[in-house]
Design a protein around this ligand. Structure first.
Ligand code: C5P
Length: 236
């Protein structure tokens, strides 16, 4: 790309179609409020606040497309440019929901970020680092943090198979960024995975890790929800 070329459009797929059974709130996790604002609204607002983003596709449970999620398009960014918000229904597994989101993304989005709505406190700096690395030439980029605990890989019986060198282990977060071509290739396999980078790895696409942020934690359990509330109170 030369200086004269426009930057490629960035689309964000926000996956918010999980049931949130581990949270046990009685409504899908993304529709639970943190600090008075629904997780999904916070996540969409976070994506819209990133200057480079031109479209956000929000993937929600089918029952929420017309009803509860219908007002998502009215969420306004502050202060970035107004990106288009599209709401679609998700699938049974996270990977199915990502694929549904990808199908609704404009062809003009040459860079795609996939983000868990559950990481609704993710600061804009994480998006910026991921986008910058994809623009600099990486096909797949994920944010990650060093771990403090020693990690073990175990077998089905709980017996340790191996201990990776801790200094080389990263806890991986989202948004995960890809060239559109790489993400389409990664998903063409039809496989399921807990993140999109794993699909890219499986088809030989190099995945770079950039620095994540503790605020990009995934709200999964009632304890996470309470912790996120406290973080917000601390920030006020
Ligand atoms: O359940 P898990 O921790 O993998 O969820 C990560 C993200 O993926 C959450 O934001 C959740 O809403 C989303 N998800 C989804 N569709 C599913 C399962 C999870 O959009 N079927």
């Amino acid at each position: 790309m030369t200086d004269a070329d426009p930057e490629p459009g960035v689309g964000v797929v926000v996956v918010a179609a999980g049931s949130g059974s581990r949270l046990g709130a009685g409504v899908p996790k993304a529709f639970v409020a943190i600090g008075g604002e629904r997780i999904v609204d916070r996540a969409v607002r976070g994506a819209l606040a990133v200057r480079a983003v031109s479209q956000v596709v929000v993937v929600v449970p089918a029952a929420y497309v017309q009803g509860e999620a219908g007002d998502l398009a009215a969420v306004h960014p502050e202060p970035g440019p107004v990106a288009r918000v599209t709401v679609v229904a998700g699938g049974a597994e996270r990977t199915d929901s990502v694929r549904a989101g990808l199908a609704a993304l404009d062809a003009a989005c040459a860079i795609v970020l996939v983000h868990d709505a559950a990481r609704c406190l993710t600061p804009a700096g994480v998006y910026d680092r991921v986008i910058a690395a994809v623009r600099a030439g990486d096909e797949a980029v994920v944010p990650g943090l060093p771990v403090v605990d020693t990690m073990k890989v175990v077998d089905a019986d709980g017996l340790v198979l191996l201990t990776p060198e801790r200094a080389r282990v990263r806890a991986i977060q989202t948004p995960q960024g890809f060239t559109r071509a790489a993400l389409d290739r990664a998903h063409a396999s039809g496989q399921l995975a807990t993140d999109d980078a794993a699909l890219a790895e499986a088809c030989g696409i190099p995945v770079r890790v950039v620095l994540g942020d503790p605020l990009a934690l995934k709200v999964t359990t009632p304890e996470d929800l309470a912790y996120a509330e406290r973080l917000l109170e601390g920030a006020r």
